[in-house]
Design a protein around this ligand. Sequence first.
Ligand SMILES: [Zn+2]
Length: 275
Amino acid sequence: MKTYYITYPHGKYKAITLSYDDGKVQDRRLIDILNRYGLKGTFHLNGGLFPTEDEVETPDSRIKKSEVASLYQGHEVACHTYTHPTIARCPIDKVADEVIMDRQVLEELVDYPVCGFSYPNGSYNQAIQQLLPLLGIEYARPVGSTKNFSIPENWYEWQPTCHHNNGLIALAEEFTQLHKSQYLYLMYVWGHSYEFDHDENWELMEEFAAHVSKDESIWFVTNIEYKRYMEASKRLVFTNKGDKVYNPNAQTVWIRINQYVFAVKPGMNDLSKNQ
Ligand SMILES: [Zn+2]
């Protein structure tokens, strides 16, 4: 009897994703670090809080609409509500407006559906969790630090591993030392880029990125790419014998059978070859 495992792309078993809120001008410096080391992030923006194009920029400013597409290229732009209220206090139909309006503004700025979400002020409840999928939102991130590397069970309560001020380097060292490829691991880091200015600790992110980028068993991925890959992996259909697999997705999904890694392409795949 062979063992069948879902893996991350190219047989990898560790993934890192980052998530930063509010879209302030310090996102530029953060993205410069991520780009230099090949890390990927998701940036949660408020559609109703963009400055006007002629506003004079200060360190407290948000990124202007005209810069969004180029700055966040290669990363994910995601929702964070239109005006950043504490949504558990809001009437539920107003929460719906906040999400829909935010999506509409952001989708004018980028060329893909904007389906990610982080809870402003970390505020949510069960009714909001049930509302979000009806508004086209595919996942939502609270605030907090689990300090573990587990795969989320509820995409609308996607708990991060840590805020970057909460043990980042120690967790990164623990993460890069993981070597049990029979598991899948995820390290999820969140914060606000302006905090690095306030705390004068940009070297923290530089050190983190330099450290994890050296580990070739890590897949660097945006929030939505990660979520969609994991969902796609669940849609694979195997023959009972396990010699063929149908991939109904538009993307390749990777699996491991005993020690062999397979790229399962969209459509029918014969697994009896190359084993
Ligand atoms: Zn926020």
